[in-house]
Write a protein that binds this ligand. Structure first.
Ligand SMILES: Cc1ncc(COP(=O)(O)O)c(C=O)c1O
Length: 457
């Protein structure tokens, strides 16, 4: 660890002793002391005691302008008043029914009006949505294999836990990546059935279709990979995937867990104008509550209606989250709010790029409606291997320096990005820029000493 990073971390430790103590008390009870591995980082994660609008407060009373927003799940802003009102009213009518109710149809209609789909099934997390989508694709096509992209994350079920963040000594050639399990405990059969291609490289996908004729049920992707910062699909890439899937009888699944609510009313399908066969939704559609869905054509979903593919869940469509989802889609994620967020996003991205230039930092800021990131790379990241070349300590320097000055620029970890919520104001954006203006020269000086990307891995 280099000196300036060490100083930022010491400052973090001085400011947040109660979070350290809380983690120490949790460790004997939970592995790493946390409930999701993504929440664990060195020296220890911040423990939060309060969140409202765009502000979060840690146990020591430090306040942060929050651009993390629960890994992009709260585009509505923390405790959005419209969502909370809907949920409070619902609480008086019951929290769980385990029986049908009309909000299910109402929310399905809202989703079908926004995305190019005709039928919806609901679940509770992004993991469940992609898991069911993949099973449905397999049931519909009567094929076993799927193609995913190296570096894309689709949750923690077996089919998705392949080549999520593979190490360089395991990943094989870029044109034909190895299938690398992302955890112990994944059956070899699941690894074998998940083929891996390189994002923005159509040839790597085509090769798999040729190698496994009539065996691929689906291609699943994050249309904008947001588990590698922010990576844009290059012109023609999504169109090429569409053609390949149609040509080979496979379904194209957009994992829109992150992008679905955040690229606009119609998610990536609308934003890029390329239609998938299936869409997976979660995170921000729930307005702060655990709501997810997978949606497709009636023809594909009929496989569930016919009883060939099974989908169920006790918590599915519990009226609490359905009330939250309806309020969010009807009254919070509106066309006007997307317009406003888009404006804030442009200001933040342009402002960051200006500061990057002034400071001499070798980096770029990139945005896609509500999401964006400062990418510490000399040129645009197009796939996982470009992304993996990051100087991790330099990124930590950026993140801790921002946090120490009261702005949480994004979740911890360099594969994440910021989210601008409905609650953010111009003042929040200016605050972000003010702090970045102070931090960028510090990080630039460190980068100059270390050499651009010199310390990768
Ligand atoms: C693109 C994508 N898909 C799926 C998931 C899994 O969602 P969940 O954490 O709700 O299971 C995530 C989570 O970050 C994600 O980013």
């Amino acid at each position: 660890m280099y000196e300036q990073l060490k100083k930022e971390i010491e400052s973090f430790e001085r400011r947040t002793p109660k979070s350290r103590a809380a983690l120490e008390r949790s460790k004997p009870w939970m592995p790493l002391g946390v409930s999701s591995n993504f929440r664990s980082y060195e020296p220890y994660p911040l423990f939060i005691e309060h969140a409202e609008g765009t502000q979060v407060r840690d146990l020591d009373g430090n306040e942060y302008v929050d651009f993390n927003l629960c890994f992009g799940a709260i585009m509505a802003g923390h405790s959005n008043a419209i969502v909370i009102k809907a949920v409070e009213e619902q609480f008086r009518r019951g929290t769980m029914y385990g029986m049908p109710h009309v909000m299910e149809r109402e929310l399905a209609e809202e989703i079908c009006a926004r995305y190019p789909v005709e039928n919806v099934r609901f679940s509770n997390s992004g993991t469940e949505a992609t898991m069911h989508a993949i099973r449905l694709a397999r049931g519909y096509t009567d094929r076993e294999k799927i193609i995913k992209f190296e570096g894309c994350y689709h949750g923690v079920h077996d089919a998705a836990m392949v080549s999520v963040k593979p190490k360089a000594d395991k990943w094989g050639s870029v044109s034909s990546p190895n299938q690398v399990p992302a955890s112990a405990g994944i059956p070899q059969g699941a690894v074998d059935a998940t083929l891996v291609a390189t994002f923005n490289d159509l040839e790597s996908v085509e090769r798999l279709f040729r190698k496994y004729p009539d065996q691929v049920a689906a291609v699943i992707l994050e249309p904008v990979p947001m588990n590698m910062g922010v990576v844009l699909p290059q012109p023609g890439f999504l169109e090429g995937l569409r053609q390949l899937c149609t040509g080979h009888g496979a379904l194209l699944i957009y994992d829109e867990v992150k992008t679905g609510a955040k690229l606009g009313r119609g998610g990536a399908s609308e934003y890029f104008g390329v239609k998938p066969d299936m869409v997976c939704l979660a995170k921000s559609i729930g307005g702060g509550f655990p709501l997810a869905a997978f949606a497709t054509s009636r023809k594909v979903m009929d496989v569930i209606a016919e009883g060939r593919v099974f989908h169920a869940g006790t918590y599915n469509t519990n009226p609490t989250v359905m009330a939250a989802g309806l309020a969010t889609l009807r009254h919070v994620l509106t066309a006007e709010n997307y317009q406003r967020i888009n404006k804030l996003s442009k200001r933040l991205v342009e402002g960051c790029n200006q500061i990057i230039k002034q400071s001499g930092l070798v980096a770029y800021a990139i945005g896609c409606v509500a999401n964006g990131a400062v990418m510490l790379y000399p040129s645009e990241v197009k796939n996982y291997r470009d992304w993996a070349a990051i100087d991790i300590d330099l990124w930590r320097h950026y993140w801790f320096a921002m946090v120490n000055r009261g702005v949480m620029p994004q979740p911890h970890y360099w594969d994440e990005q910021w989210t601008i919520s409905v609650a953010h104001t111009e003042a929040d954006i200016e605050r972000h820029l003010e702090v970045f203006e102070e931090v960028a020269p510090l990080v630039a000086a460190a980068q100059k000493k270390r050499g651009v990307l010199a310390a990768a891995h």
